[in-house]
Design a protein around this ligand. Structure first.
Ligand SMILES: *Cc1c(COP(=O)(O)O)cnc(C)c1O
Length: 393
């Protein structure tokens, strides 16, 4: 095969043309000096926007002290950061990773090791849901059973049972003596910005308790303030046993974590898991600064308020423009389902200075930084409306 001399990068992302040189807050500047309003946030990552001054400071200070030591050594800052995560969630223990897929991987190991510890040798199966996305590792591919991502990579891992999303009867019928846990995204991100019913989540919790199995949330995309609460599960009346987080946790610095109750991770003993970089001093410094910023008084209230403002504006567009079939999602993780091809409309938005990202089910995903202001929402809405008018013409 001929070597594509235009790029030395494996072409897994297809052809890429936009090239950015800097960012500030909700804006990005391309190498050809065009300014873009960033409603993609690097796929729900830049929770505090681009180049937040507090995060720059945290990273710069840490970078002149210590970059890497290995998890063979104790680390006061890492310990303090883990404590902060636990104090602000259901969890009592943390395993640090560098990405979402690794956090998912760890959570799956927590489930298997829990039942191994308790000698429940039959409880190997993990229930997952149609439309799920948990990452690109073999475990994630096996869990989400989406051919779009797994084709050509078989054989996958066994032990994953997939059932319909938001279906109370299906979950009741499929949990049996061979089930070890249930893994779900409170809001499916890649699968099409589809929120789980809170009642559905509460029912899974109840069933897990009855069966002595573990409830594992994947909040890699919807966690860290994206829904207007620190974690999406806080909208419902329950707590999980395990939770994977990443994306917004580092606002752009590679970091992830698997959170767990003390009980659930009882099997994760010395030597059972590891990560060379996980919870590295640079990542921890940034992660700590992110959480401190989010824990400022009124932060989540502000997110909720601006999210409601954006929601109402989008709902008005849904009413006024036939091109929009539906607006859905929660907080600042929203999806516009369009009648025309989503990718074509995303291209038009981009031409007009607004960056968004696609999701399955013909969705245009909006996930702006959580620090977005009203005037920036207005600017985005103007671009969306202008684009819709162009389409209608
Ligand atoms: C993005 C995502 C992942 C994978 O995270 P990576 O950092 O890309 O490995 C897992 N689960 C969910 C819900 C995600 O949105």
């Amino acid at each position: 095969m001929k070597h594509n001399v235009n790029s030395y990068i494996m072409p897994t992302y297809g052809e890429r043309t936009l090239d950015f040189k800097e960012g500030k807050g909700v804006y990005l500047i391309s190498t050809d000096n065009k300014k873009y309003l960033d409603f993609g946030s690097g796929i729900a990552v830049n929770s505090l926007g681009h180049c937040h001054p507090k995060l720059i400071q945290a990273l710069q200070e840490q970078s002149s002290k210590l970059w890497h030591i290995s998890n063979l050594y104790s680390n006061t800052t890492q310990e303090a950061y883990a404590k902060l995560l636990c104090q602000n969630s259901f969890a009592q223990k943390v395993f640090f990773t560098n990405s979402g897929a690794e956090a998912v991987e760890c959570g799956l190991k927590v489930i298997r090791s829990y039942h191994h510890f308790h000698k429940n040798n039959n409880k190997k199966n993990i229930i997952t849901f149609e439309g799920a996305f948990h990452g690109r590792t073999f475990a994630a591919l096996s869990a989400q059973k989406n051919k779009k991502f797994s084709k050509g990579f078989e054989p996958l891992l066994s032990g994953f049972i997939q059932i319909p999303f938001n279906d109370c009867k299906a979950i009741k019928d499929s949990i049996d003596e061979n089930t070890g846990g249930v893994m779900i995204e409170p809001i499916q991100g890649e699968g099409g910005v589809r929120p789980a019913n809170l009642h559905f989540l509460e029912q899974i919790r109840k069933l897990c308790d009855e069966m002595g199995i573990l409830f594992f949330l994947d909040e890699v995309q919807c966690g860290f303030g994206r829904t207007g609460k620190f974690f999406a599960y806080e909208w419902a009346n329950f707590e999980p046993d395990i939770m994977a987080v990443a994306k917004g946790i580092g606002s752009g610095f590679p970091l992830g974590a698997c959170l767990s109750t003390q009980d659930a991770c009882i099997g994760m003993t010395k030597g059972t898991h590891g990560s060379t970089y996980g919870g590295n001093p640079l990542a921890v410094a940034v992660g700590k600064a992110v959480i401190e910023e989010m824990m400022q008084k009124g932060f989540f209230e502000k997110v909720e308020k601006i999210a409601r403002y954006l929601w109402n504006k989008l709902k008005l567009l849904e009413k006024n423009y036939n091109e929009i079939e539906e607006v859905r999602g929660a907080g600042l993780l929203l999806g516009i389902k369009t009648r025309k091809n989503n990718l074509e409309i995303i291209k038009l938005f981009t031409q007009n200075g607004l960056l968004t990202v696609p999701a399955d089910d013909n969705i245009i995903r909006l996930a702006p930084p959580l620090i977005i202001l009203k005037k920036e929402v207005d600017e985005a809405i103007d671009i969306i409306e202008k684009t819709l008018q162009e389409i209608d013409d």
